[in-house]
Ligand binder design. Sequence first.
Ligand code: ATP
Ligand code: MG
Length: 436
Amino acid sequence: MSSSPDARQELRAIRGMPDILPAQTPAWQYLERCVTDVLGGYAYREIRLPLLEPTELFARSIGEVTDIVEKEMYSFPDRNGDGMTLRPEGTASCVRAVLQHGMLQQLPQRLWYMGPMFRYERPQMGRQRQFHQVGVETFGLEGPDIEAEHLVMTARLWRRLGVADRVRLEINSLGSTASRAAYRSALVAYLSAREAELDEDSRRRLASNPLRILDSKNPATQALLRDAPRLTDHLDAESAAHFAELRSLLEAAGLSYTVNPALVRGLDYYGRTVYEWVTDSLGAQGTVCAGGRYDALVAELGGPATPGVGFAMGLERLLLLMQAAGTSAGVDVAPHAYWVLADAAAPRLALALGEQLRDALPWLRMQLNCGGGSIKSQMKRADRSAAVLAIIVGSDEIAANEVSVRELRSEGSPQIRVGVSALRAFLAERFTSVTT
Ligand code: ATP
Ligand code: MG
């Protein structure tokens, strides 16, 4: 290609916003189907939310001093000058929607959503600027039984996807707003006395969002935190009882977990339970699913005080995990049959017969040769389509009111003749489908 200055610039997708190509979509569809099945099995209902929301919604819900709001949002004024943001997550939109549509008058609500999210981050494996999440939000449930339900439900999904042995569960409790405030003071007192030893990010957070220092990746800061006051020791009695009950429910369900006292999550709206499903298979991008309780958020956004619990999982990371586990093959989308049309009258016959077969066997995947060509070149295309069978219609076949059928995936199988009226039964028998 020319590299002269006036050469036309090649048009490319935005960095970190990759296309998902036909070779990849079967794995996506498989993952999406598994998610839909599992969530449906617990009677969760889907909600579809817009990709664009008023910027204020995210600033108010996620918190001003968070990674997302400080540096990751795609925000811009629209043509009217109103501040718009491409959604960086789904919880805020979901709360906005349930409020707007009066859905909190019918509690509890168990909802899920799926789709792209946008964050301005440094793209790398498992981290993109447009990525996809499945999120679950429930409203109106106070007890830890709902957290337990979310966790057994996600554990079931991991088993269904074949990645259960690659993820582990970490949980923590952030306590009530009051107990968190008391803990914050204790932590700030401890860290202020050692401010010189803190990394720069943590020093900045000391004033703005000190709890986030707990999940600093800096080794020196982590060493300093080993003797710091612990959130778990500052829990109020009710939060402690809530956490103990959750732990006992998880144990009864046979779900193993570890308590990670440094787990605080990056969003402001969490209180009490927080958790992450983490993996060692994806390097630094180790969190595949994260969530917790957010009892204050609905009121924060102007609604009636309503408990909320939710989580979101990253689909790209789950697909990478499935790939690592060798379970990402997904569904077979190759045609069952490729029609080789070797006579001028063949397309007419194949179109009509093809439609009859599709009526009778709706699950059948057939590709008709378009654009003519010799038998040889059509057979080559049939082979490249990955079809299982070639159905060949030539002048001999038409004269005999038959088609020829050849197996394409087994070496040396004979070509056989099948009567046009017997083709439907033949295909039904050859490809037994669960839906027939
Ligand atoms: P991280 O610490 O990896 O940045 P996060 O705490 O910002 O994650 P959440 O806001 O909790 O992530 O989002 C839930 C899940 O969405 C994450 O656990 C992850 O699987 C996925 N996710 C978040 N950001 C991205 C991204 N930029 N690219 C791909 N997946 C992402
Ligand atoms: Mg992040």
